[in-house]
Each structure stands twice: as C-alpha cells, then as structure tokens.
Design a protein around this ligand. Structure first.
Ligand SMILES: [Zn+2]
Length: 450
C-alpha cells in the first residue's frame, strides 16, 4: 500500500481529462499537493493509505475554476454603475480607470480581499488580474489566502487624452517583479492599445520575454479600438500586436477579443494565444462573442468575470450565461441549437484545462495540482442529478460550493472561507461605504449621463 497525504471521496468526480471521464463514487489520492491517482473508491482504497479521508457523499467534485480576466481592485464599484452610465463611450476611461486612480491603497486592499473571498467561495482557485493600481497590496493578499493569482500592474500611459512618459510606468512594473516575482505569479499587462504609447507596448513585450512571464491585455474589446489601430497603424489590433512581437511571449491572454476578424481568429489559433470571454460583461457592454457560434476547436478559450463591480465572481453562473448567449447566437445566425455544450463550457471555466495559463491545473488527473471544488447537490434546487456535467453547468452555482482545496489544502470548509476573515471584510465593506460613495459621487458629478 502506498502512503498518500489524503484521499477525497465524492459521489461523482468530473475529471475533465482527455476523455472527459466522470467517475461514480470516485476518490482522489493526493500527495504533496499533487494528484497521485483518481479512480473508483474501492480501487483507490486498495492501493493507497492516507492519514486523512474526506468523504462527501452527495457531492460532485470538479477541478478548481480559472477566472481568466478580472479586476480585483474595481470591486468597490459594485452597484454604482447605472444602466444609463453603461452608454458612456467607453465606460473604462470615464468611470473605471478614474475610480482606480482616486482610490487609496487601503481601499484597494479591502477590494482585493473582498474579491478573493468571493472567488474562493465560488470555487475559483486561479485568477488573472488585468492590471491593478496597487498590485503590491494584491500580491500580499494572494500570499495570505493561498489563491493562485496572476498579479499585474495597471500598465498604461495615456489617460484623459494626456500622454505620460513610459519610464515611470516601467519602473513600477520592474519594482513589482523584483519585489514579488519569486513569491506570486507576476505577469506583464497592457491596459489597451489606445491607452499605451508604442514605446511602452514594445518595452512591456520585451520585459515579458526577458522575465519569461505571461502577458495579458484588453484587445478587440470594442469597435473604436479597431478603428483606432486601423487609422493609426493600418492594422487591426491583433495584427498590430503581432507585428510588435507578442507571439514570442508565453502565455498571452487576450481579454474579451470580441472584435477579431476571421483572419485574426486564425492567428489566435496559430500562435496559441488565449482568449477570455466575459459572458455577462461582454453582453452588457459590447455584444456577442464569436466563441458562441464559430468552430472553436483548437482555440485556447477561457471564461472571465471582468471583476466584482459587475457580478458575483461566480464562474458557474457565467457558464450559464455563456450557454444561453451561445444558443441565442447560434440559433439566430445558423439555426443551430446545440451551440456550446456543457463539457466545452466547463473546460472553458478551467482555462481550457489550464492551457490558457500554461500550468498543470484544470483537470482531476495524475500529475495535476490538487485544486479541487466540492459542490453539494442534495437539494430540491438541483435534484435529480442524471448527468453530473449538465448538473454542474446548468444547475449548480457558487452557493453550492462546500469545500475548496488548493494544492490539496483546504481554503473553504462548509461554504466558509478559512484563510481570510469573511465577517471582518463584510464589516469593513459596510463601514467604508460612505467613503467609497464620496469618490464615486465626485466622479459622477463630472459626467454628462447620471
Ligand atoms: Zn477588463
């Protein structure tokens, strides 16, 4: 009998392995934070001895979810952006970025903590930050909570039609990498091609290559951006970025990517770039995503929340929105009702089984990190459960998560986060509401639409 650290037993295990195996009454053997084996309970018990056996009889176990695009420091804008304000072209230069600039570092810490607590409760074990104004604060909270988070600095030097020198921005990026590079996943980011000068874009790509870290950027996010790069550089946004050498960076994660031409979609495939669809926010702000009705075979597609300002950071909710949107698009354009099906959607919610981020996460399989989410389905809201994958994608949400493990260690137990103080964070969110409100009121007073 082989010794392992723990065995986790579930009514169903959705492995998302190559054959998308679902194991009834399955068990997972874990040693040193890595999955050693997965199979039927009887078989695992015969082969392994563990100090700890965790039994979850009415539960389905899935791989940890990957939020491929989020803004952990926009959380405090929750419920402050009215439906009318959404019309502002574009909302990020009018509200989101100015809010980030006006916020203090301790509010950024609260925002980071609230984001992390909600991600963990919803079974998100890995996230990619699009660019935080206070990335050091976020990095500290990532270390404390043990969530796997890609930390990046809000990297831009054009805002409010003002252009700043790129040197100061690059200094901040370098400092972040030097201070936290060994402790957390520090990547590079570019806010958007319209918010960065050419020399800044070139330097960031160069730094990604030099440090051998990933790069994330908003790209093909809205129509004005396509017009901008065509008018300025004679190329569409992705064509322009490829000219600048972005394909030499590994991995690259494009946030949104709604407005890619058929040729650019081919380039995404060819260069193995990741694309992150944010179903709720993309529908609210821009429109339909081609991922919903085109052949996505071989494309590294992920799902993102776009941050807690817009939703509950619940990727199991996002897959439901994505499914409905996909069917609506495929029906309207092609009269094709199959659209994106459950297994594909669940794969997307794990960052195409980790390939978007280039790490061994997103599968319950030997050699992968033991990042696991346990969901209870013994409820009138979810039973009966004929098909475990449809059960997860169509019926279960973040509220059904009971346990979350990162590298085999618990971070959520009985639906409660055990690595951060949830009650204290909720208390502070209440206590500081007026302070946040005054920042938002000041921003809104400068807008034409309220
Ligand atoms: Zn974004």
């Amino acid at each position: 009998m082989e010794e392992v650290d723990k065995i986790i037993v579930g009514r169903y295990i959705v492995t998302l392995d190559e054959s998308n195996r679902v194991i009834s009454r399955g068990a997972i053997a874990i040693r040193d934070g890595i999955i050693v084996d997965v199979g039927e309970y009887e078989e695992i018990r015969r082969k392994y001895r563990a100090e700890e056996v965790i039994e979850r009889g009415h539960h389905v176990i899935i791989p940890g979810l990957v939020d491929c695009h989020t803004h952990t420091q926009q959380y405090l804008l929750r419920s402050a952006i009215s439906d009318k304000m959404l019309q502002l072209p574009p909302i990020w230069t009018k509200v989101l970025v100015p809010f980030e600039r006006a916020m203090s570092s301790d509010l950024a810490r609260l925002s980071s903590q609230a984001s992390i607590v909600n991600m963990l409760k919803n079974g998100v074990t890995y996230f990619i930050e699009a660019g935080a104004p206070y990335p050091e604060v976020l990095a500290e909270e990532v270390v404390k909570s043990r969530i796997k988070g890609v930390v990046t600095y809000a990297t831009y030097n054009i805002a409010d039609e003002k252009v700043a020198e790129s040197e100061e921005v690059l200094r901040r990026v370098r400092n972040l990498y030097e201070r936290f590079g060994g402790k957390v996943r520090v990547w590079m980011s570019i806010r958007q091609v319209m918010m960065a000068t050419e020399d800044l874009i070139e330097s960031i790509i160069e730094m990604s290559k030099k440090y051998r870290v990933g790069l994330t950027l908003h790209l093909g996010e809205y129509q004005g951006e396509v017009d901008y790069t065509l008018a300025r550089y004679g190329k569409r946004p992705l064509e322009y970025m490829l000219d600048k050498g972005v394909s030499g960076v590994e991995p690259v994660v494009i946030a949104h990517g709604l407005f890619l031409s058929p040729g650019e979609i081919e380039l995404v495939k060819k260069h193995e770039l990741g694309v992150c669809w944010c179903p709720t926010v993309d529908a609210w702000l821009t429109g339909l995503h081609w991922a919903g009705f085109t052949n996505i075979e071989g494309i590294r597609l992920g799902i993102g929340s776009d941050g807690g300002a817009w939703n509950r950071l619940d990727l199991l909710h996002e897959v439901k929105v994505a499914k409905a949107l996909s069917k609506a698009m495929a029906n309207a354009v092609l009269y094709f009702k199959a659209g994106l099906e459950s297994t594909t959607l669940l794969n997307m919610a794990t960052g195409s089984r980790g390939s978007v981020i280039g790490e061994k996460v997103g599968r319950v399989e030997r050699g992968y990190a033991a990042d696991l989410v346990v969901l209870n389905f013994k409820s009138t809201r979810t039973l009966p459960a004929h098909n475990p994958i449809d059960l997860v994608v169509n019926y279960l949400e973040g509220d059904d998560v009971t346990d979350v493990f990162i590298d085999g260690e618990p971070v959520v137990e009985n639906g409660r986060v055990i690595v951060l103080d949830e009650n204290k964070i909720a208390e502070e969110l209440l206590n500081r509401e007026d302070e946040v409100r005054s920042i938002i009121d000041e921003l809104i007073s400068r807008l034409k639409i309220v």
